[in-house]
Design a binder for this molecule. Sequence first.
Ligand code: IFM
Length: 467
Amino acid sequence: MLRFPDGFLWGAATSSYQIEGAGHEDGRGESIWDRFAARAGAIADGSDGSVACDHYHRWKEDIEIMKRLGLGAYRFSVAWPRVFPTGRWQYNPAGLAFYDRLVDGLLEAGIEPFVTLYHWDLPQPLEDAGGWAVRDTVNAFVEYADVVTDQLGDRVRRFITHNEPWCISVLGYAEGLHAPGRRDWPAALAAAHHVLLSHGLATAVIRENSPDAEVGITLNLVPAEAASSSPADREACRAFDGAFNRWFLDPIYGRGYPEDAIADHVAAGHLPSLELPFVHPGDLAIIAAPTDFLGVNYYSRAVLRSEVVAEADNAPRTVHLGDERTDIGWEVYPDGLRQLLMRVHRDYTPDAIYITENGAAYDTAPDEHGRIHDIERQRFLHAHLAASLEACRAGVPLAGYFVWSLLDNYEWQEGYRKRFGIVWVDFTTQERVLKQSASLYRAIVADNALPAIEPHPAHARRRVLQR
Ligand code: IFM
């Protein structure tokens, strides 16, 4: 057995738009994902989150599942359009009451609520007014954060301001792959800044409303390596790391935006000059507000080759080495998690780190007996937890791990076809079935330790035959 530190927090994560459904109930307003999902061709299977896992009605059943798994914590997000259907001014108590019930239900079950304030469902009226690309959205977010943390802050002990600012800004405003579906780099860089600024301002508000709570932000980070030792590939690697990782880590940890990455954006035509037009005096100090933890979401690494640095968009190409991929095409690379944790610890020294998401999309369906032998996911979890443990032993202050995800759910532009859950969801009947990975996870949580032997396809078959 490979033991984790005492007090290690074991959880599972979800987000509001991906699981709640109930898109029009109790006064919920329209979000940018409702609007984006309705756009022809935006979502692979043409679906939206209007029903999703129907968690809004089935939350008690879902808490029962968490209890069966023995989870210590549940990471979920609050849907802003439930609380402020038009983004600001008109507070909707019925919307926030849902989260009140959820928090109380979790606490009764002995599960810590770990609350994310923003996981991508911006109220559409705010987007109509310019979205994250305009500075006033910062004020709207801080007002929303104030109301939520004033209400829940007597019971919630850990708040995350934002989930994955890179996705919010770059996928949403530059690449058009996520809501609101814009393709405008200057807007994306302004959006990234406003998200970070709102994080810094909300941190102060949360501390006032909930003095005992810990506050952090979650970043999706990707360890980068050069495809070869050639200077050009190393340069591509530097550029990727600057735009993807350091662009967010550096300002949060008080270093401002990385100069090399600013220069890259200027060279690519994303910025008019080295002066960042959206940064006002005092902003960087606000963004660097001390936090209690960093949330790290890890899925895979990037291996960079230089050959397309000369292409129009000046983007280095990512190549994947290694044959093992999940159903979404991402390379399985567990050691990247160890490398990433070591690097964040070494370069930024957060007081604590939570892995707030880690998991894999595999479409393993129930067999004729209704059992789901998702051996690949079990191997994925085992290997990534082993990598996390190595980082712990090397001194990284890793305080917890949240598997992505508790349930199969709405995987954004992929629709319902990519299943990340340790619990299967039948999207027609809403039946939930625990996968074998859920059993493995339950055992790991109960022991606070990893079985020394990796899950193996042959073991999975034996277990089936013994039943
Ligand atoms: O489903 C998403 C989640 O919403 C944010 N992080 C990555 C996951 C898998 O793509």
